[in-house]
Design a protein around this ligand. Sequence first.
Ligand SMILES: [Zn+2]
Length: 286
Amino acid sequence: MLVNGRDLLAVAHDNDFAVPAFNISDYAMLNGIVDISEEKQAPLIVAIHPDELRHTGDDVMASVIARAHRASVPVAIHFDHGTTYEQILLAIRTGFTSIMIDGSMLPFAENVALTRRATEAAHALGISVEGELGTIGKTDAEAEDGTDAIIYTVPDDAVTFVAETGVDSLAVAIGTSHGIYPSWMKPELKLDLLQDIAAKVDVPLVLHGGSGNPDDEIARSVKLGINKINISSDIKVAYHDKLREVLADTSLREPNTIQPPAIAAMKVTAAQKIDLFDAAGKAALY
Ligand SMILES: [Zn+2]
């Protein structure tokens, strides 16, 4: 079934698990991600970044919506990192049931104003909104948006931000970066900061850049108030590592022989995340 982000995350918030938001960039990945979520009976957020939507074309949304309706688990279709009001309106018209407006690179007051405007438009149509406060890092040129240095979320600012914007969920900066961490970089989550934020803010909290962090830290963050975790790099690395291996056999040419092993590898990684986030079997709660 197709649901909006608020309804999806409310159950996660009440039951201390996190819904995985998997970024997909093509049709084979979409099918693989929905299939593994059904196998694990886990609620799902299909996340599509503006760059990914440009790559697939808007027309893919009809298929994403149809697949979500047919799914045996609740699915929200989430527009990841919208940065302008116009982009949010287009996402709403395209059929997303959840949007992110990311004003985190703006000064606080401008972030509040942009997020409130986007939230008013989305809420009028029953679509839920994720805002972001603080900036998360960026590890390489292939990563989504981010800054070189992380600006951590200030708990009292988060309270003000949620109250003034009306967002349904909030992405916080507690030590993650978009992309894959280089070998010399040891990511560390500030779990005490997360606890402070979660104690003061009552909307579900979101972790971006969740690829590559130590499993035990991610598992603890889920029990301390994180209810949505974005996974993009890890599933794409699994997919493309296997693809390179398969393509070593230069006699292959059919996508229906080349892609399935890569999708299977991606599903193994996605299943590990679903378990790590304690989301397996949680579809029964909806
Ligand atoms: Zn992100």
